[in-house]
Structures are given as structure tokens and as C-alpha cells.
Design a protein around this ligand. Structure first.
Ligand code: C2E
Ligand code: MG
Ligand code: MG
Length: 728
């Protein structure tokens, strides 16, 4: 071959190879195509590439084998090589030659060995010599060096691409932290490991407080910087093996494996949450941002990863409800309670559909005259299995849900319809309903009342009063006032319920168009337990007078409660001592039979005297003693009840001597006589009981009651005198 021809041929070969090498960016096609071109230019039918998969790798693999050779590498597949190939370059060559010879079914005439720096060796094999006479190893040497560099470049490019794919799949682009996918995989592994080692695993779910309004107010750029800064700060507090991930918007999770128990949990969590103490500084600005955290532990709270995630979320929710910047451990009991509440709410919704609710009615009367002024509708749930459930057992669960609105709408219509049917039966009366704050505050509440009135044929606004709690006004008084005004314009009246238990603010009272104040039953029921209560009632009576509101006292259980209230100027009462809440059918007969109490009528229009309180108190005690005596006698079989309840005359005697009104000496004298008689009768009763003379006992008790009635009447007459009335 002439020199010029040889040069030209060499140049063409090199040009072709350079093109091939330059046009591939991926390793496998680069090797394959280079090998094909080399076989083409040499005319050698078998080409092998013995490579090392990574730099410094000890295991040789047959990266490529082409030509007719049957070991052609399929995509993604690594081929196992004969032992000899692994032993090192000389033996490897021998083995390769052998493989080539087998393939060619002839002895090998040519073995061309072309080292690719850093990446193994190319073997070109054939039975006869190569087509060209050019010195091939020499010719290929620079191009093979270039090939080596190209492979290195392609490998690093491929790694980079692979890395980038991984990054987008597993890492959050903003903070560079692991994302939810990577967190979940890590969590599953951590759970398996925790179970195997018996160590604890803590999952901390963090969420920035009020981040959304911050983002809206300050822009998402600053918001993003906050997230990055928080990620960095939390990341800095991590120990090796712990994981911080950003799983959504402003939500982060921390996975703390390998904890020894409570002490470790405490130590790690306190350390991490201390981050909250120092304000975040972003773009030179100190920000008032905190995060809340919910923590769940394996194995104490949750057996598996999914439950752990859910429990940490619940704990976070609980923490958020408590305050900002707070953290909470998952509380299984609370979770069960929440679950039970949800279940009850669902059941109550069904109860409304199934018509299991009913209204009971409790009368309100003018105590001195006995006039029935109206009824309060009180909700009862008739559960098919549990029977009657009082509102205190289920209302707290629904008060903050929208179901209270549906329930209130039902109550409104039911009460209106009841008023209509009583009117038809001849009872013109007003029904008070209780409306929850959530319902009352709806901007369209007046519209809803209008609809209810329209829905009930014959329904009238005058027969409806709405009782509201002060707490339902607290949030937005101006708004509630407007609603009340709109309803008042329709003729609906309002009462402030449970007055005295909240702020009892005079400002509210002044501004709200409520025509009635209801003194909370606690003040009335406990009148004779706490000496300060009559003062509270007296104050409320004065407030009502000053503000021109009517007054109703709840919790009138005993005659003395009513006596004190009437004497103080509060005439309208509601309570067990007047009438218990009753089914609608029981109302008409009850009204028919109701009569004013003599003790209450007698005190009407008189003036309050401080001495009355003690007298009513003593009267109350005396009546209770009477009841105890009859209870004692009824328990005949009871060996412990051998002695009747002691009769204490001291209190009454003292009052008669010190506080009784002047000019009532004959009544006082008679009272003393009756007290003496009652003492004797009590002793007699004890003796008769001792001797088991039960008939005589009953007779004696009858006489004792007569004396007691006479005593009470005398005391009542003294009360009237004390209040400035005439006792006859
Ligand atoms: P409330 O509006 O203050 O109703 C008075 C409560 O005191 C009633 O209890 C009544 O049965 C009870 N009560 C009346 N007189 C006496 C007495 O002399 N002694 C004692 N110990 N208790 C007396 P109830 O029916 O259990 O209702 C409790 C509360 O549930 C009501 O207090 C009211 O706040 C609420 N409620 C009742 N029905 C409804 C309703 O339909 N809707 C709404 N939102 N709340 C209701
Ligand atoms: Mg009420
Ligand atoms: Mg009340």
C-alpha cells in the first residue's frame, strides 16, 4: 500500500471514529457503535469489550460483545464470565481468545488488543489477519484515549442526570429537604428497624402557625424564605440518622429513630422545639412566627407507620387548638373521646331524621298571683334503647357544629306549632326556646325566623321568646344586636338566660334589646347554702329595675326560695318547686290545677327586710327536718335508724328572741310553745319506735306535722310583719 493511500485510509478511519465518539452522550451506545466501527475498519468479525464497571472495580464484566458472537449483551443485563476472565489481564485475554475461537470454529489468527484507558480493553478477534496493513494499535491509540475520556464524561453526565431525576422525585425543590415520598419510604424502613431492635421511634409533625395569612400579607417570596430558614434551623438540630422532610406547604416532619425511652424522647424533642424560642430572622427582619408540633411514638402510641403518621397529625391538631407555638404528645384517651363525640354527632343527626327529639315544657309563673306566664321548651332525646337523654348529655357535643342550627330550626317550628295547638285548645301562652350562639349569629337568622313563622300555619311571633346566653353575644355584640333588633321588629322577644354566670356586663344589658333577664338557677338553688347569694339576687333585681327589664328566677325548688324572691321583688319563677318540665300533653291539666302558694301571695308588695333571710333559712331547715323524720319512720326495717333526726330548736329560739318583729309577743310566745311541743313529740316518737308500736308512731307523726304546720304559719305571719305588712 502506498504511503499516500495509507495516510488517506488512516485519516478516513480516524475521522469516522472521531465522529462516532463525538456523537454519543450515553455510555452504552457509545461503546457499541465504536466497537462496530472498529470491527468494520479492521474486518475482524468478533469484538469484545472487557470492562470494569467502575473505576478501581475488581470484578471484570463483559460490557459488550458483538459481531456474530452469541453472548451479545442485552440491555440492562450483565453477563457472568468464565472464571478465567476474572483472573486478570493475561488469563482474561486467553479466555477471550478461547471464546472467540469457539465462535469462529477455527483457530484464532488475529487477536487485536486495544486498551481503553480507565475503562478496560477492547479485543478484536479473527481467524485471519486484519484487512488493513496499518499499524492499528498505534493508529487507534489517540482515539482510544479520547474514547476513554468520552466514556468518563458520559458516565458523569449519566450520573448527574440520574441524580437530578432522583432529586426531583425525592427532594423538595425549595428547601432541598426530602419530600413526602422519601419520608414515607424512610418511615417504613425506620418502623421495621424499630420493631427489630425494640428501640423507640418518634414522629414529630410540625406546622407553622398562621402561615397562610402571613404569606398573603407579606408575599410568597418572603414566605418561601421563611420555609427555607425554618428547614435550615430544624436541620441544624438533627442527629445522624434522623430525618427532616418537608411534606407539604408549611408542614415538616421529623423522624427520630433509635430512642431509648421517655427520657430520650424528652431530651430530643425539647432540644428541637427550643428552636421555637428564638424568633426567625429572614432577610434582615425578625419575624414573629412560631410553629406547633404534634408528636407520636412507636411503640407506645402506634403499632405501624400509617397510624404513627395519623396520630402525629391528630396531636398537631390538638396542639393548634390550644395555642400557638405549642406541642403535644398524642393522647390516646382524647383521641377515643374525639372519636366518641364524632360518633354521637352522627347518631344525633340520625335522631333528628328519625324524629327521636321531643320538647318538654316547664312553666314560668307569677308567684304571688299564680298566673301562668309561659313555658320554656326544653329539648329531650328519646333514644330507642337508652330512653330519655337530657340535653346536658348531648348538647355540648353539637354546640360547635352546624347540627345545632338544624336542631334549633326544628325546635323553633315545633314550639310554634305547639303554641298554635294550645291556643286552639284555649291556652294562649308564650313559649321560650333556647337558641345557641352559632345559630343566632348567622347573618340570615331573622330571615330564618320569618321562614319558620311562615312554615307553621297560625304561627305567631308574639308566642315566641328566644333565650340566649351572654356567651353567644360576646364575639360580636353589634352584629348580634342588629339580629335581635330585626327579630324584635317582627314581634319576637328575647331573654338573657343564665344571667350572673358570665360577665353579666351592664354594657351588654344596656345595648341588647332583651326584654327579660333570667337569674341563673345556681343562685336560687343554693340560696340557703351560700350566704352571699341573696345579695346577688338583690343586685340583679335592682339592675332589672334600672334597665327596665322583666326578671325570671330559675331553680325555684322550695317554697322558701319563692318566698325570698317575692320578698326581694322578683315575682316570676321557674323551677321544680312550681312545675317540672313536662310533655306537651301534660301541660293543659297542669295549668288547670295550678294554684298560687299562700306563702307567696302573702308577701306580695311588701318591702325587703334583711331579717327575712334568716327566717326563711330557718323555715327551710325546719321543713327539711320534717321530711327527714317521715323518711326515718318509713325506714322501719333499718336498724341504724333507731333514733329520729335530732330536733334543733336553737336557731329558731334565737331568732325569735333577737330578730322577731316587735309587737308580736303573742305569736312569739305561741312559737315557743310549739317548739317545746315538737321536742316532746320527737322524744315520744323515738320511744314508740323503740317499742315497735308502729301504729302509735304514725299517729304521733300526724300530730307532729300539725304542730309543725302551725309553727310554719306563725313564722309566715312574722315574716309578713317584718316586711311591713299586716299579719292578719
Ligand atoms: P336552661 O335554658 O337554663 O334551662 C333550665 C334548665 O334547668 C333545664 O334543664 C331545666 O330542666 C332545669 N331546671 C329547671 N328548674 C330547675 C330546678 O328547680 N332545679 C334544677 N336542679 N334544675 C331545674 P335541662 O332541660 O336539662 O336543660 C339544660 C340546658 O340545656 C338548658 O338550660 C339550655 O341551656 C339547654 N337547652 C335545653 N333545651 C335546649 C334547646 O332546645 N336548644 C338549646 N340550644 N339549648 C337547650
Ligand atoms: Mg333557657
Ligand atoms: Mg337558664
Amino acid at each position: 500500500m502506498g504511503r499516500a493511500v495509507a495516510d488517506e485510509q488512516a485519516l478516513a478511519i480516524l475521522y469516522d471514529l472521531a465522529l462516532t465518539i463525538g456523537s454519543e452522550v450515553n455510555v452504552a451506545p457509545l461503546m457499541l457503535r465504536t466497537l462496530q466501527r472498529l470491527m468494520y475498519h479492521t474486518g475482524l468479525p468478533v469484538g469484545l469489550w472487557l470492562g470494569w464497571p467502575e473505576e478501581g472495580g475488581k470484578t471484570a464484566v463483559l460490557e459488550l460483545a458483538i459481531g456474530d458472537y452469541h453472548l451479545i449483551r442485552r440491555k440492562g443485563e450483565r453477563l457472568a464470565l468464565p472464571q478465567a476472565l476474572l483472573a486478570g489481564p493475561p488469563a482474561m485475554l486467553e479466555a477471550a481468545e478461547m471464546l472467540g475461537a469457539l465462535q469462529l470454529r477455527k483457530p484464532l489468527g488475529t487477536v487485536l488488543r486495544l486498551p481503553v484507558p480507565g475503562h478496560g480493553v477492547i479485543l478484536l478477534l479473527g481467524a485471519s489477519a486484519p484487512l488493513t496493513r496499518l499499524s492499528l494499535p498505534e493508529l487507534f491509540s489517540p482515539i482510544l484515549e479520547r474514547l476513554g475520556r468520552s466514556i468518563t464524561l458520559c458516565r458523569s453526565y449519566e450520573l448527574e442526570v440520574q441524580h437530578r431525576v432522583e432529586q426531583t422525585a425525592y427532594y423538595d425543590p425549595l428547601t432541598g429537604l426530602p419530600n413526602a415520598i422519601l419520608f414515607n419510604t424512610t418511615l417504613q424502613q425506620a418502623v421495621v428497624q424499630a420493631r427489630a431492635t425494640g428501640r423507640w421511634l418518634a414522629l414529630v409533625h410540625l406546622d407553622l402557625d398562621d402561615f397562610r395569612p402571613f404569606n398573603e400579607a407579606r408575599g410568597s417570596d418572603l414566605g418561601n424564605q421563611v420555609l427555607i430558614a425554618l428547614g435550615q434551623r430544624l436541620g441544624a438540630s438533627l442527629h445522624p440518622g434522623e430525618l427532616l422532610a418537608r411534606i407539604a406547604g408549611d408542614e415538616f416532619v421529623l423522624l427520630l429513630p433509635d430512642l431509648g425511652g421517655w427520657e430520650d424522647v424528652d431530651e430530643r424533642i425539647v432540644r428541637i422545639l427550643q428552636t421555637n424560642r428564638t424568633p426567625l430572622e429572614v432577610a434582615g427582619e425578625v419575624l414573629d412566627l412560631t410553629f406547633s408540633a404534634g408528636i407520636a411514638l412507636l411503640p407506645t402510641d402506634s403499632p405501624d407507620g400509617d397510624t404513627l403518621v395519623r396520630h402525629a397529625q391528630i396531636a398537631l391538631h390538638q396542639a393548634k387548638q390550644e395555642s400557638r407555638g405549642y406541642f403535644r404528645l398524642f393522647d390516646g384517651d382524647q383521641d377515643r373521646r374525639t372519636h366518641a363525640r364524632r360518633e354521637l354527632l352522627r347518631r344525633l343527626e340520625l335522631a333528628l331524621v328519625n324524629r327521636e327529639f321531643r320538647l318538654f315544657y316547664q312553666p314560668k309563673v307569677d308567684m304571688p298571683s299564680g298566673r301562668v306566664l309561659g313555658f320554656e321548651a326544653l329539648l329531650r332525646w328519646f333514644h330507642p334503647e337508652q330512653g330519655m337523654v337530657p340535653p346536658g348529655d348531648f348538647l355540648p357535643v353539637v354546640e360547635n357544629s352546624d347540627f345545632i342550627i338544624a336542631l334549633g330550626e326544628w325546635v323553633m317550628r315545633e314550639a310554634l306549632a305547639q303554641a298554635v295547638s294550645w291556643r286552639i285548645a284555649g291556652l294562649e301562652t308564650c313559649i321560650s326556646i333556647n337558641i345557641a350562639g352559632r345559630h343566632l349569629q348567622l347573618p340570615d337568622f331573622p330571615e330564618r325566623v320569618r321562614h319558620a313563622l311562615a312554615d307553621v300555619p297560625g304561627g305567631r311571633a308574639e308566642s315566641l321568646e328566644i333565650e340566649i346566653l351572654e356567651s353567644s353575644v360576646l364575639e360580636d355584640m353589634a352584629h348580634v344586636r342588629d339580629i335581635m333588633r330585626a327579630c324584635s321588629a317582627m314581634g319576637i322577644r328575647f331573654a338573657l338566660d343564665d344571667f350572673g354566670t358570665g360577665y353579666s356586663s351592664l354594657a351588654y344589658l344596656h345595648q341588647l334589646p332583651a326584654s327579660t333577664i333570667k337569674i341563673d338557677q345556681l343562685f336560687v338553688r343554693n340560696l340557703f347554702q351560700h350566704r352571699e347569694d341573696p345579695t346577688i339576687i338583690q343586685a340583679v333585681v335592682q339592675i332589672a329595675e334600672v334597665f327596665g327589664r322583666s326578671l325570671v328566677a330559675e331553680g325555684v325548688e322550695d317554697p322558701e326560695h319563692g318566698m325570698l324572691l317575692v320578698a326581694m321583688g322578683c315575682h316570676v319563677g321557674q323551677g321544680y318547686g312550681i312545675g317540672r318540665p313536662m310533655a306537651a300533653e301534660a301541660v293543659l291539666p297542669w295549668v288547670e290545677g295550678y294554684r298560687a302558694r299562700r306563702e307567696w301571695t302573702a308577701l306580695e308588695g311588701l318591702s325587703w327586710h334583711r331579717g327575712l333571710y334568716d327566717l326563711f333559712h330557718l323555715r327551710h331547715d325546719h321543713r327539711q327536718w320534717r321530711e327527714q323524720v317521715s323518711g326515718w319512720l318509713a325506714s322501719r326495717e333499718d336498724g341504724d335508724a333507731a333514733m329520729p333526726p335530732a330536733f334543733d330548736t336553737c336557731g329558731l329560739s334565737e331568732w325569735l328572741m333577737i330578730s322577731a318583729p316587735t309587737g308580736a309577743s303573742s305569736e312569739i310566745h305561741e312559737c315557743f310553745r310549739l317548739l317545746g311541743r315538737l321536742s316532746e313529740q320527737t322524744a315520744q316518737l323515738a320511744a314508740l319506735r323503740e317499742s315497735q308500736s308502729f301504729d302509735a308512731c304514725s299517729e304521733c307523726l300526724g300530730a307532729l306535722f300539725l304542730a309543725s304546720d302551725a309553727l310554719l304559719q306563725l313564722l309566715d305571719a312574722l315574716a309578713v310583719r317584718l316586711a311591713g305588712g299586716s299579719s292578719t
